[in-house]
Design a protein around this ligand. Sequence first.
Ligand code: PLP
Length: 221
Amino acid sequence: MIITDGVFSMDGDLAPLPGIVEVAEEYGAMVMVDDAHGEGVLGHHGRGIVDHFGLHGRVDIEAGTMSKAFGAVGGYIAGSEDIVEYLRQRARPFLFSSAATPPDVAACIAAIEILQESDMPVRKLWENTEYFKAGLVELGFDIGASATPITPVMLGEAKTAWDFSVRLFAEEIFATAIAFPTVPHGRARIRAMLSAAHSRDDLDFAIEKFAKVGRELQVIT
Ligand SMILES: Cc1ncc(COP(=O)(O)O)c(C=O)c1O
């Protein structure tokens, strides 16, 4: 079995899923995609990486979470009836955890209904992403190799990233630092995540604060 994370969440880059699926088909392997970061973001109406690459019916198992773009809580596994039935009988979290509460389930259903009704939230998310990334690049920040709204701001040493995050928080921007062992030594960063709910004013405010803190810490000139 080949297991892949659809959107590599630390860098925001995309898994080369078409190639993975081809190799799996050639060797008779199953493919499982964890699309926690792709759902609500990639594909038509946020249907995820499988839809983005048009690989319908060629991925055996998809694991998803409702806790990221959908803004709720919980998760799911999609696959054949046999796989789903097997997990119902054997999956430990399914057997030993409490069921989701009705308000959580209602929030999940509402999030999916919103996306089914309109592609607008997904388009807004991508517009916001382009605007924010362009603003950071213009200021001279290194935003890595992201192909998605996950926007790493590469800062190098862990201390710089922590200081940056603390200073941003004091400026009313909540953007946490990520350092070793989550990412390699010397590749510490702030990871910013855009939302469809951000207004242009919000984004301008954030860009202004990144500029202020970036100059203060001499990350940019
Ligand atoms: C790739 C990936 N899969 C799954 C999860 C788990 O999601 P949840 O916290 O909703 O269980 C995460 C959470 O960060 C994730 O990054």
